[in-house]
Structures are given as structure tokens and as C-alpha cells.
Write a protein that binds this ligand. Structure first.
Ligand SMILES: Cc1cc2nc3c(=O)[nH]c(=O)nc-3n(C[C@H](O)[C@H](O)[C@H](O)COP(=O)(O)OP(=O)(O)OC[C@H]3O[C@@H](n4cnc5c(N)ncnc54)[C@H](O)[C@@H]3O)c2cc1C
Length: 384
């Protein structure tokens, strides 16, 4: 009997495993894939995540990038430079995710990789997860199985609030200049953007349609191919991977009896930037705190008839501390993706814009503060 079984060893699950194990709890972390595993992802990570751990991420960062270059429809380029301490982390997800898993193992977490959860059973004061390696039992359960997982459905979250987005990614191995640059293009991909994120030994080139509400099937392959060609990459020779994204779409309960949803299973992705790693890590951290507290409630038999208060608090924390920010992100996304040319001219090209967005990405400035000003400016532009 584990204190907690965590399904999914991405950033959310591995973070929760790390923190719960560090708190002295018995944790089983399981993942369907044999680790390290590939995850379609740009691998752009906010340096803010470092503050939530007490180990050094250096071995898991492929390169840190200070130069950001934007284009609109592949033209009208603009470049910005970031201060050293705000350099963006570019990671390969197989290495990054597995690195956190290994830190959790060092704290005592048990890993079953190559082990798929196939169903769950509620036994009152514990959950049983039936896996391809046999059953596993835990007093609590964290569903961190990402956008493709089934855990939320099995736990009874059949009406989760999210907007479905999609992205396509390829990782060509090419020589990277000594001073790497992060590239974005707005305009060529409707209702989203294209990216080229450098790594030590190549790139992540991809594009996504992120705007909520526009679910007309859009061709991702052509713009990604055209964009890749601009960097000398023949897209037909590189394997592409598509993946759904669960964009945050409003507050909701993320807890149930002795279980919580974390990461993309909790639909945490930013509607404007499609950033999912930082919020997944944040939710993993908060889920671990909540379950550590709930285990104490159990130990001291403080359980009230309403259920574990700390699990309800977890939903509340995610809906306020992350959700409030995402409310603004959604408004910004609506404006920017419906008038990208204006947004590029009046927003992206402003000299201060990149640093401001990076401060949001680093959690130093609230989305609300920035979005409010940006929305006013862009709305004025639209009206005039
Ligand atoms: C193309 C693309 C590009 C992106 N680029 C960025 C970016 O640059 N920066 C950023 O911040 N975010 C980015 N995102 C979003 C980010 O990748 C996700 O939000 C993030 O990976 C979510 O983390 P997670 O831990 O919730 O789930 P995941 O990382 O998806 O991990 C879930 C894990 O659960 C496992 N699993 C699933 N089902 C089961 C099962 N039944 N049993 C056991 N294990 C199971 C899977 O094998 C997987 O390892 C991108 C997304 C896409 C699709």
C-alpha cells in the first residue's frame, strides 16, 4: 500500500513524486512509456521553475537562450535581447522529464515505467490502479497522465472544462550557432504561431493552433513545412509528431474522493502562449502539498464528512493562483489571434514587449497587469 500512486511521469507527475517523497511519503510513480520518453514539445521552459526545487537543473537544460527573434508572415523581423538571469531554458523533454523522475527516485519514489494504467477501483479508503504489471494500491491518487490520458474520465471528470488545441513538432538534428536564437512567427499560422527553439544539437520546429473556439480543422503541416524550409530544413525528411493540447478554459474542481488531477489532465495550459510545462510543475507541487496534508488529516483522523479539506483547497489554489492569470491570458489570446497583424505592429514590435512577456513567463509580473494595458492599446488600435 503506497501513500500515493501517481499516474504519468511528465513534469506534473514527476514533480508531485519528488515533493511527496521528500516529505517522507511512500510514492509509486508509473508511466506507460519506458523512460526516458519523447514528448512532442517545443521544450521552452521558464527559469521560474527552479524556485520550486532544491536541486540544480543544469544537467537537464540543453541551452539557455537570450536572443528572441520574431517575424510576421516570415517578414518584418524584430529581435530582442534578454538579461542573463532571464535567459529561457531550452530542454529536450526526454532528458528534462526523466531528470526530475530521477530526483524523485533519489528521494525514495518507486518508478514503474513501461507500465500502463488500465483501470482504477475505488476501495473506500484507498484506490487500486490496475496496470499492465498488476495492481497497485495507494491511499491517494494523482492523475497526471496528460492530454491523452484516461484517468480524469475514470475518476468521473466527464465534463472537464478545456479548449482543445493542436500542435505539430519536428526535431531536426542540425548544427546550432554558438549564440542560439529563439524564433517565433505570427501570421503564417492562423490562430496560433510557429516556433523554432534551438537545442544544443538541433531544433524543435513546430506550430500550433491555440485560439479557443476555432475548431475548424486547420492544416498544420503546410505552414510548419514552409517555416522549416526557411531554416534550411526539408520537412519531408524529418518525422513530425502531432499532439492535442488541453487549454485552460475556466475554473473547475480538480479533486474528488482521495484523488486530484494535475498538469494537462487538469487542463492547465496557457491559452495565449500554450505554455504547459511551468503550470504542470506548479500543479504537481500544489497537488503534492495537498496530499501530504490530506495524509496528515488521515493520520490524525481529522477527516470530516465533506472529505479532505486540503484536496478542496488544491482546486481553489489552482483556480485562483493559476486560473486568475489564465483569465487574462484568454482575453489576450482572443485579441491577438483575431488581429495578429495589428498585435504584431502595436504589441510585439514595441521595444519593451519581449522583456514584459518574459517577466510574465518568469512569474515576476502578473498577466493581469500586462494584459490589461495590452488589451487597452490593441482595442484602441482596432477601433481606430
Ligand atoms: C507540440 C507541442 C509543443 C509544446 N511546447 C511547449 C513549450 O515549448 N513549453 C511549454 O511550457 N509547454 C509546451 N507544450 C505543452 C507541454 O508539452 C504540456 O503541457 C506538458 O507536457 C504537460 O505535462 P504533464 O506532466 O501534464 O503531461 P505529459 O508531459 O503529457 O506526461 C503525461 C505522461 O503520462 C503518461 N501516461 C498517459 N496515459 C497513461 C496511462 N494510462 N498509464 C500510465 N502512464 C500514462 C504518458 O506516457 C506521459 O509520459 C507543448 C505541447 C505540444 C503538444
Amino acid at each position: 500500500m503506497y501513500d500515493c500512486v501517481i499516474v504519468g511521469a511528465g513534469p506534473a507527475g514527476s514533480t508531485a513524486a519528488y515533493h511527496l517523497s521528500k516529505a517522507g511519503r511512500q510514492v509509486l510513480l508509473l508511466d506507460a512509456a519506458k523512460l526516458p520518453r519523447y514528448k512532442p514539445c517545443g521544450g521552452g521552459v521558464s527559469p521560474q521553475v527552479a524556485q520550486w526545487f532544491d536541486f540544480d537543473f543544469a544537467p537537464a537544460i540543453s541551452v539557455k537562450v537570450r536572443k528572441v527573434r520574431y517575424t510576421f508572415n516570415m517578414a518584418d523581423p524584430i529581435e530582442a535581447e534578454l538579461p542573463t538571469e532571464k535567459a529561457l531554458w531550452m530542454v529536450r523533454r526526454d532528458e528534462f522529464d526523466y531528470f526530475i523522475v530521477q530526483q524523485a527516485q533519489k528521494q525514495g519514489a518507486t518508478l514503474w515505467d513501461g507500465t500502463k494504467a488500465q483501470s482504477i477501483e475505488n476501495h473506500g479508503d484507498f484506490w487500486q490502479v490496475n496496470t499492465t504489471q498488476g495492481p497497485a494500491q495507494g491511499r491517494f491518487l494523482i492523475a497526471a497522465d496528460g492530454a491523452r490520458g484516461s484517468m480524469a474520465k475514470w475518476l468521473g471528470f466527464t465534463q472537464r472544462r478545456y479548449k482543445l488545441a493542436a500542435a505539430l513538432e519536428a526535431e531536426p538534428r542540425l548544427e546550432v550557432p554558438s549564440e542560439p536564437v529563439v524564433h517565433f512567427d505570427l501570421g503564417l499560422m492562423q490562430q496560433g504561431y510557429l516556433w523554432n527553439f534551438p537545442k544544443a544539437d538541433g531544433y524543435s520546429i513546430g506550430g500550433g493552433v491555440f485560439r479557443s473556439g476555432t475548431q475548424r480543422k486547420q492544416d498544420l503541416r503546410t505552414p510548419v513545412g514552409d517555416y522549416a524550409a526557411a531554416f534550411g530544413v526539408d520537412a519531408s525528411t524529418v518525422q513530425h509528431f502531432g499532439h492535442p493540447i488541453f487549454i485552460w478554459d475556466g475554473p473547475q474542481d480538480l479533486h474528488t474522493h482521495r484523488a486530484v488531477l494535475a498538469g494537462e489532465a487538469a487542463c492547465v495550459v496557457d491559452p495565449f502562449t500554450a505554455e504547459g510545462i511551468r503550470p504542470s510543475i506548479f500543479s504537481g507541487l500544489k497537488a503534492a502539498d495537498a496530499i501530504a496534508q490530506a495524509l496528515k488529516e488521515d493520520d490524525h483522523q481529522l477527516l470530516l464528512s465533506k472529505g479532505h479539506q486540503s484536496l478542496a483547497d488544491y482546486s481553489q489554489i489552482m483556480n485562483t493562483e493559476w486560473g486568475e492569470e489564465m483569465r487574462w491570458a484568454r482575453r489576450l489570446a482572443r485579441l491577438v489571434y483575431s488581429a495578429p497583424a495589428l498585435a504584431y505592429r502595436a504589441g510585439v514590435k514595441r521595444p519593451s514587449s519581449t522583456l514584459t512577456m518574459v517577466k510574465v513567463f518568469c512569474g515576476e509580473v502578473s498577466y493581469g497587469e500586462v494584459a490589461h494595458r495590452a488589451i487597452q492599446r490593441l482595442s484602441k488600435g482596432l477601433l481606430s
